[in-house]
Design a protein around this ligand. Structure first.
Ligand code: GAL
Length: 655
């Protein structure tokens, strides 16, 4: 299968979403001049062009796109061509209201925004296939075309009648019979037994707590329906252009798509990433998504969208201070990105996102944003040849699974303070701050290459995943698990004893008596640290040792950190610095070293192949020790043993 290498040809891609249909044609020529000056070598066309391409049902207007494709080609700019299927034209909803999604309260989501399509609508799918077919036939042979971009950030839910019919089919495939469904959903509870498939619905607005297994299956179904939409379009473009790779852009750590499943169907993994410039942990949240995307890609990946300045969808939207766009772009490159792209090239003057930045802001060519973009383009070109195709490798695997996230988020859980994404982020942050290089992995992946595996929280685990964890530890691996792991099976049925018996045996938990969740802002004292969010009344077995105990209160003396063999179980979430110290200690024991020792706060080191990226996320200038002699690819300077990094400064060192 073609991959990202077929697109990059040894260059880092630099560019972004280009929406020229919003501009007169004179502006296109101005755009091309500015693009070339900035080293832009790729643009994504057509993401929201459906109404322009198909102004009336079945009609086609390709003339403008023909001219653009030619213009890009003449100027040496590659085109990532999107199928426009995320925002259907108004005529579709008008003529076919059944193509519009319905929310759980039965309200229709009308056109006038975007992503107003029902993934289950046969009519929508037919129109989407037809426009995809015609685009692929027309442009498949165009020399500007480098990559297909299917739809955009698949993210629609639908509780409507057609979705309900598809849900029933999906459930029939999964369970075979109504007995199977009733058993898996535990419908004996609250008189929910289904006697006819026609009674089964999407989990619509209900009087009180919904059946969690039904909600879980609805989330699985939604991810699968969106995937079906993607696959239908992917297969069409592949038929026309088997030599060209295909992608669809993920939202960062988005709850709705089982990305581990999706990436099996992509040639290139791409993601959109928008950390808040004001967030003191913006660099870490970026690092998390970059680590995850790289792990999904198992190699170089594409930063499909980021913002050159402010976004316009937060309550308060801050610009990027001078240097931050460069820093975060190079952070992505350090973590394996072979493409640094933006939403969007030129900031719009109309429409819902006119206050969202572009690479060319309203201030135009002289504006700071474009000037910084231009400098970055030149720098990326300089390091391109040394960087592309090289691998960034994590030493530690952080386990993550969407199904477990979905199952663990049910309404009737013991604490709504426990938020899966926040727990995952807290563990990643601890490793990030300890300068430990991390990958993400699915609990059923082959983990044998990792000396250390951590499980922030996997509430539900199937037998295959549990056996995988046991085999990993038997094979000599070190495993650290957070609380609320292995509680339920794949149907969200609580395991006997409140936690899977094989895992209890592995971690040294004889009896799990009670969970003691903590209130917001509450913490619990433990030996050497403070725990947050959660505590547990655990009775350990003889082989386990209490490495840290709860102090005071009901749980006084009971294990907060339990050790057995090469495993640890954490019955609480230590404060951030404490979790960092704990994991750093365990990593050292397991033979995992930080990328670089002794870095000042806010400075991050990342290895990509033999290159060492050192990134200063702080606003202070810092001295950094980098033992040995290196060549800085960005400046051409020789660096021996130490260097100074200005605020937001970066070096890319080759030995
Ligand atoms: C993404 C989307 C873009 C644009 C951007 C704004 O979610 O794919 O089209 O809306 O956000 O930040």
């Amino acid at each position: 299968m073609p991959d990202l290498g077929a697109v990059t040809n040894g260059r880092l891609l630099f560019g972004g979403d280009y929406n020229p249909e919003q501009w007169p044609e004179e502006t296109w020529h101005e755009d091309v001049r500015l693009m070339k000056d900035a080293g832009v070598n790729t643009v994504t066309l057509g993401v929201f062009s459906w109404a322009k391409l198909e102004p009336r049902p079945g009609e086609r207007d390709f003339g403008w796109l023909d001219r653009l494709m030619d213009l890009m080609h003449e100027n040496g700019i590659g085109v990532v061509l999107a199928t426009p299927t995320s925002s259907p034209p108004p005529w579709m909803g008008h003529l076919h209201p059944d193509t519009l999604p319905v929310d759980q309260d039965g309200r229709t989501e009308w056109w006038g925004g975007r992503q107003h399509f029902s993934h289950s609508s046969a009519v929508y799918r037919r129109y989407a296939a037809a426009i995809t077919e015609d685009l692929a036939a027309r442009y498949g042979g165009h020399p500007a075309l480098t990559l297909w971009h299917i739809n955009n950030e698949y993210c629609t839910y639908d509780w409507g009648p057609e979705a309900a019919a598809r849900f029933r089919d999906w459930l029939r495939d999964r369970y075979g019979t109504l007995d199977g469904l009733n058993e898996a959903w535990g419908t004996a509870f609250w008189s929910q037994g289904y006697g006819d498939w026609a009674e089964v619905h999407t989990p619509r607005h209900a009087h009180y707590l919904k059946n969690p297994a039904q909600v879980l299956d609805f989330k699985r179904f939604t991810s699968d329906m969106l995937l079906e939409c993607y696959l239908a379009e992917r297969d069409i473009v592949r038929r026309h252009t088997p030599h060209l790779p295909v992608t669809t852009n993920f939202m960062p750590l988005w709850v709705g798509q089982d990305a581990w499943r999706w990436v099996e169907e992509e040639d290139v993994v791409s993601v959109d990433l928008y950390p808040d410039p004001r967030d003191p942990l913006g660099a870490q949240s970026g690092a998390l998504v970059q680590d995850m995307t790289r792990s999904q890609a198992r190699g170089p990946w594409m930063l499909m969208e980021q913002a050159a300045g402010p976004v316009n969808w937060r309550g308060v939207n801050h610009p990027k201070p001078r240097g931050l766009n460069r820093l975060w772009s190079l952070q992505a490159v350090a973590r394996g990105a072979d493409a640094v792209c933006y939403f969007q090239w030129r900031q719009s003057r109309q429409g819902a996102e006119k206050f969202h930045s572009g690479m060319v802001s309203h201030a135009g060519e002289r504006g700071r944003t474009y000037q910084e973009v231009k400098r970055l383009g030149a720098e990326l070109a300089r390091i391109s040849g040394e960087v592309t195709g090289r691998h960034t490798v994590g030493d530690i695997a952080v386990l993550h699974d969407w199904h477990s996230w979905w199952a663990g988020s049910h309404e009737g859980r013991l604490s709504t303070q426990v938020d899966y994404a926040q727990v995952l982020t807290a563990w990643h942050r601890a490793l990030w701050e300890a300068q430990l290089a991390t990958d993400f992995a699915h609990p059923e992946h082959d983990l044998t290459a990792y000396k250390l595996v951590v499980v922030p929280q996997l509430y539900s685990l199937g037998d295959a995943a549990i056996e995988n964890l046991l085999a990993y530890v038997r094979g000599g691996g070190t495993l650290v698990s957070g609380f609320l792991t292995g509680v339920a099976d794949e149907d969200d049925r609580v395991r006997a004893g409140g936690m899977d018996s094989r895992l209890r045996e592995l971690f040294g938990i004889r009896t799990l008596h009670e969970w003691w969740p903590l209130d917001a802002g509450e913490s619990v004292e433990c030996d050497g640290f403070r725990g947050t969010l959660w505590s547990e009344e655990i009775e350990k077995d003889e082989e386990a040792t209490t490495e840290a105990a709860f102090k005071g209160g009901e749980l006084d003396g009971l294990p907060a950190v339990l050790r057995k063999g090469r495993t640890r179980y954490l019955a609480t979430l230590p404060d951030s610095g404490d979790l960092r110290a704990l994991l750093a200690g365990i990593a050292a024991e397991a033979g995992v070293r930080p990328v670089l020792n002794g870095l000042p706060a806010g400075v991050e080191a990342v290895r990509r192949g033999e290159l060492l990226f050192v990134l200063n996320h702080s606003r202070e200038s810092v001295r950094v020790e980098v033992p040995g002699t290196h060549h800085d690819l960005l400046t051409g300077a020789t660096v021996t043993d130490e260097l100074t990094l200005d605020r937001y400064g970066v070096v890319v060192l080759r030995p």
